[in-house]
Design a protein around this ligand. Structure first.
Ligand code: ADP
Ligand code: GN1
Ligand code: MG
Length: 365
C-alpha cells in the first residue's frame, strides 16, 4: 500500500504534500510527512515491524498509556511546553491507534518540527540534556503500574536468553560465517560470566524491576534548538526492566568515540567527559528514586548493554541476518565487532568508571 493511501486513514489536519524516509532505525520504517497546508502540522508515519513486534495492539496501548501518564503529569504542573515534552499519537478516522492493511501495521505521530535527535552527540551539554530527559522519563514512570503493560518482546535484555539464542545460531550457522567470527565467538564465551552478575542481582532481589524504556539509544531523545532535552521517543519497548538498561544504552551510544558499527576498532573508546555528563544528567533526574544497590551497580550498565548488543548482532550474523536491517552482508558482524570491543574497553576501565559514577551519587560528608 502506498503512503498516500495509508495517511488518508488517519485523522490528520490538512493533507499530505510528500513523504520522505526518515531516521536510521534498525527495525521499523519511518517517514516524515510534509503537509500541503503550511499552517498545519507535519507528521511522522511509521510502518511497525510486525515480525519483531507480534502484538501490535498491545504495543500501541502501551504507547497510549505511557504518553497519557506523562501528559497528565505535565498538565498537573501546568508545564507550558507540554506539546514538545511528550509524543502525540494521531488516531485513525475510525478511532484506532493504528491502521492495519493485511500484514502491514501503520501509526502516526505529530512531528515536532523544532526538535532534533543526534545519532552521535557533539557536546557534553547535549549529552547532559539527553541523559536528564531519559532520567526524567524513568522518574515519571515510577508511579505507573507495570500491570497495564503488554510485554512487547519477552526477555528483551535477558542475557541468559540472548546467550541461548547465540548458542542455537552457532549450531545452525554456515561454516563460512562462523569462520569470519572466530574471535568474537570466543570473546562472548569468555566474557559472558562477568556480565551475568546483573541477572544475579535481580534473582537475589537486590535491584528492583521498574518501568523502563529499554531502547535509550541517544537518537531516541529530542533536543531543541538550544540543546535543551525535551522529549523521549521510540516507545515500542517500554516494559518492566532495570535502570541499568536505560542508563547503559544511553552511555553505549551517546558517550563513545565512534558509531555503533565503527570498522576501525582502534578508535572505539568511551569519551570520559561525555560519560561524566551522561551520569550527571541521568542522576540529576533520578537521584531521588534510585536505591543504594542500583546506584552502586550502575557502573556495570554500559559494558552490559554493549555486550548484549554485540551478542545480538553476532547472533543475527550467524543466523543469516534475519532481524536487523543491514547495509551490506557483513554489517551485523561489523556491528558485533564494534560493540563487543566497546564492552571490553569499558570493562578494562571499570575501576575508573565506577569511581566517576560514585562521585556523582555520593553526598559529600
Ligand atoms: P526508529 O524505530 O526507526 O528508530 P524513531 O521513532 O526513533 O524510529 O524515529 C526515527 C527518528 O525520527 C528519530 O531518531 C527522530 O530523529 C525522529 N523523530 C521521531 N519521532 C519524532 C517526532 N514526533 N517529531 C520529530 N522527530 C521525530
Ligand atoms: C534496535 O529500532 P532501533 O534502531 O531504535 C533494537 C534495539 C537495539 C538497537 C541497536 C526492538 O533499535 O534493541 O539497541 O537497534 N530494537 C529492537 O542499534 O530490537
Ligand atoms: Mg529510534
Amino acid at each position: 500500500m502506498n503512503i498516500d493511501q495509508v495517511i488518508q486513514h488517519f485523522a490528520i489536519e490538512g493533507s499530505m504534500a510528500n513523504a520522505q524516509p526518515y531516521g536510521g532505525g534498525h527495525i521499523n520504517d519511518t517517514y516524515h510527512v510534509v503537509n500541503s497546508d503550511p499552517a498545519a502540522p507535519a507528521y511522522l508515519l511509521q510502518k511497525i515491524n510486525h515480525k519483531v513486534f507480534g502484538q501490535v495492539e498491545g504495543l500501541m496501548h502501551n504507547i497510549a498509556f505511557v504518553t497519557s501518564h506523562i501528559r497528565k503529569k505535565l498538565l498537573s504542573k501546568r508545564d507550558p511546553g507540554i506539546h514538545e515534552k511528550v509524543l502525540t499519537l494521531i488516531h485513525t478516522k475510525e478511532g484506532k491507534w493504528f491502521y492495519q492493511h493485511g500484514e502491514e501495521y501503520w501509526r502516526v505521530f505529530r512531528f515536532m518540527k523544532n526538535l532534533r535527535s543526534y545519532d552521535h552527540p557533539e557536546t557534553t551539554a547535549q549529552v547532559y540534556e539527553g541523559a536528564k530527559a531519559f532520567g526524567q522519563f524513568l522518574s515519571d514512570l515510577t508511579d505507573f503500574s507495570s500491570d497495564q503493560l503488554c510485554i512487547t518482546i519477552p526477555r528483551f535484555h535477558d542475557l541468559e536468553y540472548r546467550l541461548q539464542q547465540f548458542s542455537q545460531a552457532l549450531e545452525v550457522s554456515h561454516t563460512g560465517r562462523k569462520g569470519q567470527a572466530i574471535d568474537q565467538i570466543k570473546f562472548v564465551k569468555d566474557t559472558a560470566g562477568e556480565l551475568l552478575v546483573l541477572q544475579d542481582l535481580v534473582r537475589k532481589g537486590r535491584v528492583p524491576l521498574r518501568v523502563t524504556h529499554n531502547d535509550t539509544k541517544f537518537n531516541n531523545v529530542l533536543l531543541d534548538e538550544k540543546d535543551k532535552g525535551k522529549c523521549v521517543i521510540d516507545l515500542d519497548t517500554v516494559m518492566p526492566g532495570l535502570v541499568h538498561y536505560d542508563f547503559g544504552d544511553g552511555i553505549r551510544t551517546g558517550s563513545v568515540t565512534c558509531e555503533e558499527d565503527e570498522a576501525d576498532l582502534s578508535i572505539v573508546d568511551v569519551d570520559i567527559a561525555k560519560y561524566e555528563a551522561y551520569t550527571e544528567g541521568y542522576l540529576d533526574a533520578t537521584r531521588e528514586v534510585l536505591t543504594p544497590s542500583e546506584l552502586e551497580s550502575l557502573h556495570i550498565s554500559a559494558p552490559f548493554m554493549a555486550f548484549i548488543m554485540g551478542v545480538r548482532f553476532l547472533t543475527d550474523y550467524l543466523a543469516g541476518d534475519v532481524y536487523y536491517k543491514i547495509d551490506s552482508p557483513g554489517h551485523n558482524l561489523q556491528r558485533a565487532k564494534c560493540q563487543l570491543h566497546l564492552s571490553k574497553v569499558m570493562l578494562d576501565r571499570k575501576k575508573e568508571i565506577a569511581e566517576l559514577i560514585q562521585r556523582h551519587y555520593e553526598v559529600p560528608k
